[in-house]
Design a protein around this ligand. Sequence first.
Ligand SMILES: Nc1ncnc2c1ncn2[C@@H]1O[C@H](COP(=O)(O)OP(=O)(O)O)[C@@H](O)[C@H]1O
Ligand SMILES: [Mg+2]
Length: 263
Amino acid sequence: MSGRPTTPEQVIEARDLHVTLDGSRILRGVDLSVTAGEVVALLGANGSGKSTLVRTLVGILPIASGSVTLYGTPLGRTVPWQRVGYVPQRVSATTGVPSTALEVVSSGLLYGRRIRMPRGAWASAMDALDRVGLADRADRAVSELSGGQQQRVLIARALVRDPDLLVLDEPVAGVDQQSQESFAVTLTGLVELGTTILVVLHELGTFAPLISRTVVLQHGRKVHDGGALPPSAAHATPGHDHVHPHESPEEGSPLIHNAGFGS
Ligand SMILES: Nc1ncnc2c1ncn2[C@@H]1O[C@H](COP(=O)(O)OP(=O)(O)O)[C@@H](O)[C@H]1O
Ligand SMILES: [Mg+2]
């Protein structure tokens, strides 16, 4: 097509990334380069640093050394956050304000310095809820929804911006098989539209046909970056990832003003 750049746009560029949390070195020199339209699965055992990496990439965690650019803009400057949707690894939703599903989803339209809902916000939020099959739960308090439904609300909150880059941290952990399959269909639609995706997974499962590349972390280092199928070492032990009780993941994120979850 005319007018298209001949080289794909650089979406994520992390160079020699080191991240330290509470005095422990968690990421040790990670390089990651993702171009437009790629669907990259990030794999690795529990505690290998997957969540730390994606949270650093979306500007939630500080960088000890190295660099990250999103769409060519270094983190900490004017990254075009409206192009980025992020689905955090789910944390308990039993505390926090009693937001409805619709409110949580519409909060995805707030980013950067935008503190007021744009025109048409509710309609967009309803549309996003519909895409995850929860339109009939719009007015329900999120805390009343099942774990899988809460996860789908978080996905809708990321989708409501129509992001060009979607970063998902174990989006289907704890989600029933049927919802996983319908989410894979939703993702397929986004991939066909050209959305760039970085997704942390325990196993490729339902998503295998979508994945163009796998990256594997081990002890905070990248140990594989290549073809669609991971080496056998990549198969993580099943189970849920550890979430530190003292951290409140979304607070202060440039991406999310009012997460309504776990904060
Ligand atoms: N806030 C924190 N303070 C100290 N250590 C942390 C913190 N968050 C995570 N960690 C540690 O960092 C390592 C990587 O965690 P994480 O990125 O959550 O791994 P993964 O998502 O691959 O399971 C783990 O050893 C974890 O205990
Ligand atoms: Mg994790």
